[in-house]
Design a protein around this ligand. Sequence first.
Ligand code: IPM
Ligand code: MN
Length: 352
Amino acid sequence: MKSYNIAVLPGDGTGPEVTREAVKVLDAAAAKFSLKLNYTPYDFGGDRYLRTKEVLPESAVGELRKFPAILLGAIGHPDVAPGILEKGILLRLRFELEQYINLRPVKLYDERFCPLKDKGPNQIDFVVVRENNEGLYTGAGGFVFKGTPSEIAVQESINTRRGVERCLRYAFEFTRKRNQDKKLTLVGKTNVLTYAFDLWERAFHEVGQAHYPDIQRDYAHVDATTMWFVKNPEWFDVIVTDNMFGDIITDLGAMIQGGMGIAAGGNINPQGTSMFEPIGGSAPKYTGQGVINPLAAICAGQMLLDHLGETQAAQAVEAAVIKTVREKIKTLAAGKMGHSTSQVGDLVAAAI
Ligand code: IPM
Ligand code: MN
């Protein structure tokens, strides 16, 4: 029997509720496909920070490094100033575990959940490969004359040839393996960010030409991309972009696939520890009510199985999610699903 050790970080707000359902569904898949999943819980998050004044214990990153995968609920607490937990936990893990890819599928499972007129599952099915370790997220920059009328704030976008190229290679490989339109779109802003995206664009064509002649290369400016997401989402197969643009366009992507209740992502280190999460956040106002939608966390679990190479188990989870949303779920919004959080988990687990 194949056995996997998984670290579980339920985190803040509704994180624990949705993580519980994801684990329930992972267990159903494990039973069906004869896998053994061993979970190790960690209580990192806002409550622990408020209690201990420590965001992450010294040993955390080293311990997490030993796991092939982490399942994360949500990070963000109303009593903790913005940035502390996000930077201290989420971004720190992404950086220190070198999860240099943030993989965000945008897939609509049922027409009823799409806010776009005349678009359905055939039009909305693409994947965003977001660079996850560089760009505007590194914290490079600073203040001069802070708090005075002459103050200056500089926030720099870091783009290394190595970091950009490994992201591009991953995206090309992914596009090839996905085997749909075999089209990779670089999303950037070459008309204004003439250094950063000059590097991206040159690397894109050099890598593509030399190693991926079977993949069609396409380019779109980021502002136009938000327009195409609404107007012609069917144009996209795989998108590759930098950290900040990837952050922004995947919130829009989540909305056209039905909202934060269903959108999942994976922070991937192809050689190390990867971390899977619902992309919606901790939704504190719904905490403990049993109304939050656990499907995004369940889909994160599906991505985790797929990443571990358990393709069949991952496909079974996806099929069960599709069956459940098409046949049993009224809407994907919190409190309006027609079921409680744990009932949705039960439905998906039963469909497996
Ligand atoms: C995301 C989130 C994070 C990000 C925040 C919470 C730091 O918005 O995962 O998209 O900006 O990457
Ligand atoms: Mn975001």
